[in-house]
Design a binder for this molecule. Sequence first.
Ligand code: AVI
Length: 329
Amino acid sequence: MEFSINSKGNKQVRLHDFKPGRERFRAEVLSGLRKAQKELPSKYFYDEQGSCLFERICALDEYYIPRTEAAIMETYIEEMVELLGPRVLLIEYGSGSCAKVHILLDHLCDLAAYVPIDISREQLLRVTKDLTSNYPRLEVLPVCADYTSGFELPVSKHPNERSVVYFPGSTIGNFDAIPAKHFLEHVAKVCGPGGALLIGVDLKKDPSVLHRAYNDSQGVTATFNLNLLERINHELNGDFQLGWFEHYAFYNPREGRVEMHLVSLRDQKVRLDNVTIPFAKGESIWTESSYKFSVDEFEQMAATAGFNVEHVWMDEQQWFSVQYLVNKS
Ligand code: AVI
């Protein structure tokens, strides 16, 4: 589906809409809640409220990722621009508020077009309006989609030298190993031979830093986690009692990941329309994994998907990396 956004200056921008519907949301929720270890896909955190809560997480001192990544981008932007080269078609996966891409938009002055892809239609519409008025000469081609499944790339009016996918924030860490490989293979296809991926990758570090980042003192991450139940109540006619579940996040060193769960505080039954899901006291719903990598681990994973790591930029503490990968095929 496509529809037009009337932005300031009367420029018409078409939204390419592949947003998954309620049926798929319901099917994925029910299948996750019927597993022995109950789980919910973390991509569903980001409704309107969840996206706002995530913005608040990004502003927290304890959540080091956005500021560390931004500092790396600011320090090395000239080198990045040099590597990306001229007339890039820039495609951002999970563009959210588009806060991170500004540094690239400001420095890549001859971009062919910018394609923000996000599952939150409201936010995508808002940011597209802002971008078209702040960068009047830039062609913006927004796509509303769950980028882990099918969507078509819109065609730009301008020729490009290469497609570069931008995937910041270490969202790659929210995929398990096999889906991560499949995702990288999909990106390799989208950017094509000689195309590239500029990606934020969170690195292994002292678990106490991770514990603070996912258990912030203001409880914003807990509210973000619980909002998933609120969303299910609202959109799927559920009756989760939010006070009967508790946020629980910890670093699992064997698996190299932070796990977020929602733990049931009592024996209880939850209804979703006509379906009843029983919970035992202490049983959890696994809502998110956030993998942390060594530089070598990530290089190996990228290679299995056909990518060559050409450059790795890091902060002084080596907490986070921004990596430039080229599709070798
Ligand atoms: C989006 N993603 C990379 C975040 C992360 O760190 O895994 C989501 C998040 N979950 C809790 N805090 C932030």
